[in-house]
Design a binder for this molecule. Structure first.
Ligand SMILES: [Mn+2]
Length: 393
Protein backbone atom coordinates (compact mmCIF):
# COMPACT_ATOMS: atom_id res chain seq x y z
CA UNK A 1 0.00 0.00 0.00
CA UNK A 2 1.33 3.38 -1.01
CA UNK A 3 1.74 5.86 1.81
CA UNK A 4 0.00 9.16 1.15
CA UNK A 5 2.47 12.03 0.92
CA UNK A 6 2.52 14.56 3.73
CA UNK A 7 -0.60 16.36 2.62
CA UNK A 8 0.36 19.81 3.81
CA UNK A 9 3.40 19.86 1.54
CA UNK A 10 1.86 18.08 -1.40
CA UNK A 11 0.82 20.23 -4.31
CA UNK A 12 0.00 17.90 -7.19
CA UNK A 13 -3.69 17.26 -6.89
CA UNK A 14 -6.21 16.55 -9.60
CA UNK A 15 -9.37 17.83 -8.00
CA UNK A 16 -12.51 16.14 -9.29
CA UNK A 17 -16.13 17.31 -9.00
CA UNK A 18 -19.35 15.46 -8.16
CA UNK A 19 -19.46 12.01 -9.82
CA UNK A 20 -22.92 10.66 -8.88
CA UNK A 21 -22.35 7.13 -10.13
CA UNK A 22 -20.87 8.11 -13.50
CA UNK A 23 -18.19 5.44 -13.29
CA UNK A 24 -17.39 5.33 -17.01
CA UNK A 25 -16.85 9.07 -17.10
CA UNK A 26 -14.68 8.84 -14.02
CA UNK A 27 -12.43 6.19 -15.57
CA UNK A 28 -12.18 8.17 -18.80
CA UNK A 29 -11.28 11.32 -16.87
CA UNK A 30 -8.60 9.57 -14.81
CA UNK A 31 -7.11 8.06 -17.95
CA UNK A 32 -7.06 11.46 -19.64
CA UNK A 33 -5.17 12.83 -16.64
CA UNK A 34 -2.49 10.16 -16.98
CA UNK A 35 -3.65 7.79 -14.24
CA UNK A 36 -3.24 4.08 -14.84
CA UNK A 37 -5.39 1.23 -13.67
CA UNK A 38 -3.25 -1.28 -11.80
CA UNK A 39 -4.37 -4.49 -10.13
CA UNK A 40 -5.05 -2.60 -6.91
CA UNK A 41 -6.11 0.87 -7.83
CA UNK A 42 -5.98 3.73 -10.28
CA UNK A 43 -2.73 5.56 -9.69
CA UNK A 44 -0.48 8.29 -11.00
CA UNK A 45 3.29 8.18 -10.41
CA UNK A 46 3.47 11.63 -8.88
CA UNK A 47 -0.03 13.00 -8.47
CA UNK A 48 -3.05 12.35 -6.28
CA UNK A 49 -6.73 12.70 -7.00
CA UNK A 50 -8.88 14.71 -4.63
CA UNK A 51 -12.59 13.97 -4.85
CA UNK A 52 -15.03 16.65 -3.71
CA UNK A 53 -17.86 14.33 -2.60
CA UNK A 54 -21.21 13.10 -4.00
CA UNK A 55 -20.10 9.73 -5.36
CA UNK A 56 -23.51 8.10 -5.06
CA UNK A 57 -27.17 8.53 -6.16
CA UNK A 58 -28.58 9.38 -9.58
CA UNK A 59 -25.97 7.62 -11.70
CA UNK A 60 -26.00 4.12 -13.13
CA UNK A 61 -22.84 2.70 -11.51
CA UNK A 62 -22.77 3.77 -7.89
CA UNK A 63 -21.21 0.52 -6.68
CA UNK A 64 -18.31 0.62 -9.10
CA UNK A 65 -17.75 4.29 -8.38
CA UNK A 66 -17.54 3.65 -4.65
CA UNK A 67 -15.12 0.76 -5.16
CA UNK A 68 -12.87 2.89 -7.34
CA UNK A 69 -12.85 5.89 -5.02
CA UNK A 70 -12.35 3.81 -1.87
CA UNK A 71 -9.53 1.81 -3.48
CA UNK A 72 -7.73 4.97 -4.50
CA UNK A 73 -8.04 6.29 -0.95
CA UNK A 74 -6.95 2.96 0.56
CA UNK A 75 -3.84 2.82 -1.61
CA UNK A 76 -2.88 6.42 -0.96
CA UNK A 77 -3.74 7.60 -4.45
CA UNK A 78 -6.58 9.92 -3.51
CA UNK A 79 -8.34 11.93 -0.85
CA UNK A 80 -12.12 11.78 -0.79
CA UNK A 81 -14.34 14.35 0.90
CA UNK A 82 -17.84 13.80 2.17
CA UNK A 83 -20.69 15.17 0.06
CA UNK A 84 -24.23 15.84 1.20
CA UNK A 85 -25.36 12.65 -0.55
CA UNK A 86 -22.95 10.54 1.50
CA UNK A 87 -24.01 12.36 4.66
CA UNK A 88 -27.65 11.73 3.81
CA UNK A 89 -26.96 8.05 3.06
CA UNK A 90 -25.32 7.58 6.44
CA UNK A 91 -28.41 9.01 8.15
CA UNK A 92 -30.70 6.96 5.94
CA UNK A 93 -29.02 3.69 6.97
CA UNK A 94 -28.42 4.49 10.66
CA UNK A 95 -31.03 4.04 13.37
CA UNK A 96 -31.39 6.04 16.56
CA UNK A 97 -31.81 4.54 20.05
CA UNK A 98 -35.48 3.75 19.47
CA UNK A 99 -34.94 2.25 16.04
CA UNK A 100 -35.94 5.16 13.81
CA UNK A 101 -33.65 6.04 10.91
CA UNK A 102 -31.75 9.29 11.47
CA UNK A 103 -32.89 10.38 8.02
CA UNK A 104 -36.54 9.79 7.46
CA UNK A 105 -37.52 7.21 4.82
CA UNK A 106 -39.91 9.62 3.15
CA UNK A 107 -40.87 9.23 -0.49
CA UNK A 108 -38.63 12.20 -1.35
CA UNK A 109 -35.62 10.82 0.52
CA UNK A 110 -36.07 7.33 -0.92
CA UNK A 111 -36.37 8.79 -4.40
CA UNK A 112 -33.16 10.76 -3.96
CA UNK A 113 -31.30 7.62 -2.85
CA UNK A 114 -33.00 5.18 -5.25
CA UNK A 115 -30.16 4.71 -7.74
CA UNK A 116 -27.88 3.66 -4.92
CA UNK A 117 -30.46 1.29 -3.41
CA UNK A 118 -31.06 -0.25 -6.83
CA UNK A 119 -27.38 -0.71 -7.59
CA UNK A 120 -26.79 -2.43 -4.25
CA UNK A 121 -29.90 -4.65 -4.45
CA UNK A 122 -28.72 -8.08 -3.32
CA UNK A 123 -25.51 -6.55 -1.95
CA UNK A 124 -26.87 -4.95 1.19
CA UNK A 125 -23.98 -5.98 3.42
CA UNK A 126 -21.56 -4.44 0.96
CA UNK A 127 -23.53 -1.21 1.12
CA UNK A 128 -23.40 -1.37 4.93
CA UNK A 129 -19.60 -1.61 4.70
CA UNK A 130 -19.49 1.42 2.44
CA UNK A 131 -21.73 3.35 4.84
CA UNK A 132 -19.22 2.67 7.63
CA UNK A 133 -16.44 3.86 5.31
CA UNK A 134 -18.38 7.02 4.44
CA UNK A 135 -18.43 7.95 8.12
CA UNK A 136 -14.64 8.28 7.92
CA UNK A 137 -14.71 10.74 5.03
CA UNK A 138 -13.42 14.18 6.02
CA UNK A 139 -16.00 16.98 6.12
CA UNK A 140 -13.36 19.34 4.73
CA UNK A 141 -9.62 19.34 4.04
CA UNK A 142 -7.45 22.31 4.91
CA UNK A 143 -3.99 22.21 3.36
CA UNK A 144 -1.54 25.05 3.79
CA UNK A 145 -2.24 26.51 0.40
CA UNK A 146 -5.49 24.85 -0.60
CA UNK A 147 -8.91 24.37 0.95
CA UNK A 148 -11.49 21.86 -0.16
CA UNK A 149 -15.06 21.26 0.95
CA UNK A 150 -18.18 19.90 -0.74
CA UNK A 151 -20.25 23.10 -0.84
CA UNK A 152 -19.15 26.02 1.33
CA UNK A 153 -16.06 27.07 3.24
CA UNK A 154 -17.49 28.65 6.36
CA UNK A 155 -14.83 29.39 8.99
CA UNK A 156 -17.28 29.34 11.88
CA UNK A 157 -18.72 25.95 10.90
CA UNK A 158 -15.31 24.51 10.16
CA UNK A 159 -13.96 25.57 13.53
CA UNK A 160 -16.92 23.88 15.17
CA UNK A 161 -16.49 20.70 13.13
CA UNK A 162 -12.71 20.48 13.43
CA UNK A 163 -11.80 17.05 14.73
CA UNK A 164 -15.39 15.78 14.61
CA UNK A 165 -16.04 12.37 13.08
CA UNK A 166 -19.28 10.72 12.07
CA UNK A 167 -17.76 7.52 13.49
CA UNK A 168 -18.59 9.10 16.86
CA UNK A 169 -22.24 8.12 17.51
CA UNK A 170 -22.81 11.21 19.66
CA UNK A 171 -21.65 13.58 16.91
CA UNK A 172 -23.53 11.60 14.28
CA UNK A 173 -26.76 12.03 16.24
CA UNK A 174 -26.24 15.75 16.82
CA UNK A 175 -25.35 16.34 13.18
CA UNK A 176 -28.70 14.79 12.27
CA UNK A 177 -30.73 16.71 14.86
CA UNK A 178 -32.28 19.98 13.73
CA UNK A 179 -31.52 22.91 15.99
CA UNK A 180 -28.08 21.77 17.15
CA UNK A 181 -24.98 23.78 16.21
CA UNK A 182 -23.56 20.58 14.71
CA UNK A 183 -26.58 20.21 12.40
CA UNK A 184 -26.31 23.82 11.24
CA UNK A 185 -22.57 23.58 10.64
CA UNK A 186 -22.86 20.39 8.58
CA UNK A 187 -25.79 21.83 6.60
CA UNK A 188 -23.76 24.93 5.83
CA UNK A 189 -20.62 23.26 4.59
CA UNK A 190 -22.23 20.31 2.78
CA UNK A 191 -25.28 22.04 1.30
CA UNK A 192 -24.34 25.71 1.19
CA UNK A 193 -26.23 28.74 2.51
CA UNK A 194 -29.64 29.79 1.25
CA UNK A 195 -31.71 32.92 1.73
CA UNK A 196 -35.47 33.35 1.48
CA UNK A 197 -36.72 34.58 -1.87
CA UNK A 198 -37.05 38.36 -1.38
CA UNK A 199 -40.55 39.76 -0.98
CA UNK A 200 -42.06 41.01 -4.18
CA UNK A 201 -40.57 38.42 -6.49
CA UNK A 202 -41.78 34.98 -7.34
CA UNK A 203 -39.38 32.24 -8.17
CA UNK A 204 -40.99 29.43 -10.07
CA UNK A 205 -39.21 26.52 -11.65
CA UNK A 206 -40.21 25.00 -14.94
CA UNK A 207 -42.45 22.45 -13.27
CA UNK A 208 -44.42 25.34 -11.83
CA UNK A 209 -43.16 24.73 -8.32
CA UNK A 210 -42.75 27.97 -6.44
CA UNK A 211 -39.56 27.93 -4.43
CA UNK A 212 -39.06 29.89 -1.27
CA UNK A 213 -35.28 30.02 -1.07
CA UNK A 214 -32.24 30.75 -3.17
CA UNK A 215 -28.78 29.31 -2.89
CA UNK A 216 -26.41 32.22 -2.65
CA UNK A 217 -22.70 32.93 -2.89
CA UNK A 218 -20.74 32.70 0.35
CA UNK A 219 -18.23 35.34 -0.74
CA UNK A 220 -18.27 38.89 -2.07
CA UNK A 221 -20.81 40.40 0.35
CA UNK A 222 -19.75 43.96 1.10
CA UNK A 223 -22.50 45.19 3.39
CA UNK A 224 -24.47 47.04 0.69
CA UNK A 225 -27.82 45.92 -0.72
CA UNK A 226 -27.01 43.62 -3.63
CA UNK A 227 -29.09 42.71 -6.67
CA UNK A 228 -30.26 39.14 -6.38
CA UNK A 229 -28.76 38.06 -9.70
CA UNK A 230 -25.25 38.91 -8.48
CA UNK A 231 -25.42 36.55 -5.51
CA UNK A 232 -27.71 33.70 -6.60
CA UNK A 233 -26.21 30.29 -7.39
CA UNK A 234 -25.79 28.93 -9.97
CA UNK A 235 -24.86 32.37 -11.32
CA UNK A 236 -27.44 32.40 -14.12
CA UNK A 237 -30.37 31.09 -12.12
CA UNK A 238 -32.14 34.45 -11.99
CA UNK A 239 -31.93 37.81 -13.69
CA UNK A 240 -33.77 39.55 -10.87
CA UNK A 241 -32.31 42.90 -9.86
CA UNK A 242 -34.33 42.88 -6.65
CA UNK A 243 -32.05 44.25 -3.93
CA UNK A 244 -31.23 41.88 -1.11
CA UNK A 245 -31.09 43.48 2.33
CA UNK A 246 -27.56 43.28 3.78
CA UNK A 247 -29.16 42.17 7.06
CA UNK A 248 -30.31 39.01 5.33
CA UNK A 249 -26.81 38.36 4.09
CA UNK A 250 -25.29 38.75 7.53
CA UNK A 251 -26.28 35.17 8.26
CA UNK A 252 -24.35 34.00 5.21
CA UNK A 253 -20.63 33.18 5.34
CA UNK A 254 -18.42 35.67 3.53
CA UNK A 255 -15.16 34.09 2.41
CA UNK A 256 -12.35 36.58 1.92
CA UNK A 257 -11.35 36.25 -1.72
CA UNK A 258 -7.70 36.61 -2.69
CA UNK A 259 -6.64 34.49 0.26
CA UNK A 260 -6.33 30.72 -0.01
CA UNK A 261 -8.02 29.07 -3.00
CA UNK A 262 -11.07 26.95 -2.21
CA UNK A 263 -12.33 24.09 -4.38
CA UNK A 264 -15.87 22.83 -4.02
CA UNK A 265 -18.59 21.06 -5.99
CA UNK A 266 -22.31 20.77 -5.30
CA UNK A 267 -23.83 23.61 -7.33
CA UNK A 268 -24.89 21.76 -10.51
CA UNK A 269 -23.36 24.24 -12.91
CA UNK A 270 -24.71 23.90 -16.42
CA UNK A 271 -22.37 21.63 -18.42
CA UNK A 272 -21.53 24.49 -20.69
CA UNK A 273 -21.15 27.23 -18.16
CA UNK A 274 -17.87 28.73 -19.19
CA UNK A 275 -16.05 29.33 -15.94
CA UNK A 276 -15.30 27.13 -12.96
CA UNK A 277 -13.98 30.09 -10.98
CA UNK A 278 -17.06 31.74 -9.51
CA UNK A 279 -15.11 34.28 -7.48
CA UNK A 280 -11.41 35.00 -7.15
CA UNK A 281 -9.85 31.78 -5.90
CA UNK A 282 -13.25 30.09 -5.61
CA UNK A 283 -13.54 27.15 -7.95
CA UNK A 284 -16.64 24.98 -8.40
CA UNK A 285 -16.06 21.72 -10.26
CA UNK A 286 -19.62 20.35 -10.31
CA UNK A 287 -20.78 20.53 -13.91
CA UNK A 288 -23.77 18.21 -13.50
CA UNK A 289 -22.15 14.88 -14.39
CA UNK A 290 -25.05 13.34 -12.46
CA UNK A 291 -27.58 14.75 -14.88
CA UNK A 292 -26.22 14.58 -18.40
CA UNK A 293 -23.49 17.13 -17.82
CA UNK A 294 -19.77 16.70 -17.68
CA UNK A 295 -17.28 15.53 -15.12
CA UNK A 296 -14.60 18.14 -14.55
CA UNK A 297 -11.14 18.06 -12.96
CA UNK A 298 -8.77 20.88 -12.11
CA UNK A 299 -5.05 20.05 -12.29
CA UNK A 300 -3.58 21.93 -9.33
CA UNK A 301 0.17 22.33 -8.82
CA UNK A 302 0.24 24.68 -5.89
CA UNK A 303 -0.65 27.90 -7.71
CA UNK A 304 -2.45 30.47 -5.62
CA UNK A 305 -3.87 32.24 -8.64
CA UNK A 306 -6.18 29.76 -10.27
CA UNK A 307 -6.20 29.26 -13.99
CA UNK A 308 -9.38 27.49 -14.96
CA UNK A 309 -8.74 28.22 -18.62
CA UNK A 310 -5.63 26.06 -18.90
CA UNK A 311 -6.05 23.63 -16.05
CA UNK A 312 -9.50 22.11 -16.37
CA UNK A 313 -10.07 18.73 -17.99
CA UNK A 314 -13.49 17.29 -18.61
CA UNK A 315 -15.39 14.31 -19.93
CA UNK A 316 -18.78 14.51 -21.62
CA UNK A 317 -21.42 11.76 -21.36
CA UNK A 318 -20.29 10.21 -24.66
CA UNK A 319 -16.85 9.89 -23.02
CA UNK A 320 -15.23 12.54 -25.21
CA UNK A 321 -12.24 14.05 -23.50
CA UNK A 322 -11.79 17.80 -23.35
CA UNK A 323 -8.23 18.78 -22.52
CA UNK A 324 -7.40 22.39 -21.69
CA UNK A 325 -8.63 24.84 -22.64
CA UNK A 326 -11.84 23.03 -21.87
CA UNK A 327 -13.68 25.73 -19.97
CA UNK A 328 -13.81 29.29 -21.08
CA UNK A 329 -12.87 32.12 -18.80
CA UNK A 330 -14.77 35.36 -18.82
CA UNK A 331 -11.56 37.26 -19.39
CA UNK A 332 -9.33 37.03 -22.39
CA UNK A 333 -6.08 35.35 -21.49
CA UNK A 334 -3.29 37.91 -21.54
CA UNK A 335 0.00 37.16 -23.18
CA UNK A 336 2.72 37.75 -20.64
CA UNK A 337 6.11 38.36 -22.30
CA UNK A 338 7.94 37.66 -19.04
CA UNK A 339 6.20 34.40 -18.57
CA UNK A 340 8.06 32.00 -20.79
CA UNK A 341 6.76 29.08 -18.79
CA UNK A 342 5.99 26.29 -21.12
CA UNK A 343 2.95 24.74 -19.50
CA UNK A 344 0.64 27.43 -20.80
CA UNK A 345 2.01 27.03 -24.31
CA UNK A 346 1.87 23.28 -24.11
CA UNK A 347 -1.73 23.33 -23.05
CA UNK A 348 -2.60 26.03 -25.54
CA UNK A 349 -1.23 23.87 -28.34
CA UNK A 350 -3.09 20.75 -27.38
CA UNK A 351 -5.72 19.90 -29.95
CA UNK A 352 -8.98 21.61 -29.10
CA UNK A 353 -11.80 19.30 -28.26
CA UNK A 354 -14.09 18.75 -31.23
CA UNK A 355 -16.97 18.09 -29.01
CA UNK A 356 -18.12 21.45 -27.80
CA UNK A 357 -21.00 20.39 -25.71
CA UNK A 358 -24.60 20.66 -26.43
CA UNK A 359 -25.51 23.83 -24.66
CA UNK A 360 -23.63 26.98 -23.96
CA UNK A 361 -24.62 30.06 -22.03
CA UNK A 362 -25.73 32.97 -24.12
CA UNK A 363 -23.06 35.57 -23.53
CA UNK A 364 -21.72 38.50 -25.45
CA UNK A 365 -19.02 36.92 -27.60
CA UNK A 366 -16.46 39.53 -26.56
CA UNK A 367 -16.31 37.92 -23.15
CA UNK A 368 -14.79 34.82 -24.70
CA UNK A 369 -11.34 34.25 -26.10
CA UNK A 370 -10.79 34.77 -29.78
CA UNK A 371 -12.59 32.48 -32.08
CA UNK A 372 -14.82 30.84 -29.52
CA UNK A 373 -18.52 30.80 -30.29
CA UNK A 374 -20.76 29.82 -27.42
CA UNK A 375 -23.71 27.72 -28.55
CA UNK A 376 -27.20 28.46 -27.34
CA UNK A 377 -28.35 27.69 -23.84
CA UNK A 378 -32.04 27.04 -23.46
CA UNK A 379 -34.36 28.27 -20.75
CA UNK A 380 -35.48 24.78 -19.95
CA UNK A 381 -31.93 23.77 -19.07
CA UNK A 382 -31.52 26.76 -16.84
CA UNK A 383 -34.76 26.01 -15.10
CA UNK A 384 -33.66 22.45 -14.70
CA UNK A 385 -30.86 23.67 -12.47
CA UNK A 386 -33.46 24.81 -10.03
CA UNK A 387 -35.46 21.65 -10.22
CA UNK A 388 -32.42 19.48 -9.56
CA UNK A 389 -31.60 21.45 -6.48
CA UNK A 390 -35.04 21.08 -5.07
CA UNK A 391 -34.64 17.38 -4.32
CA UNK A 392 -31.25 17.66 -2.71
CA UNK A 393 -31.84 19.14 0.67
MN1 LIG B 1 -23.94 17.99 -3.41
Amino acid sequence: MKTPPAASNFTHFDIIGDIHGQFDMLEALLASLGYERTRESWRHPDRMALFLGDYIDRGPKVRETLHLVKNMVDYGNAFALMGNHEFNAIGFHTKDAVGHPLREHSAKNIHQHQATLDDFAGHESELATFIEWMKELPLFLDFKSLRTVHACWCEKSIRLLNGASLKDPDFLLKANTKGTPEFDAVETILKGPEIPVPEGITFTDKDGTTRDSFRVTWWGHYGDPQPLFTIALPPYVTESCELVDPEVLKSVPNYPMDTIPVFFGHYWLAPTWGNAELGTGLCCLDFSAGNGGRLVAYRWDGEQTLDTFYRCFSVTPDLSINTPPTLVNEQKPQADPKRVLTEREIYANLPKAENKSVLEPDYPPERFPDGYQPPAFSDSEMNQQIRWESDQS
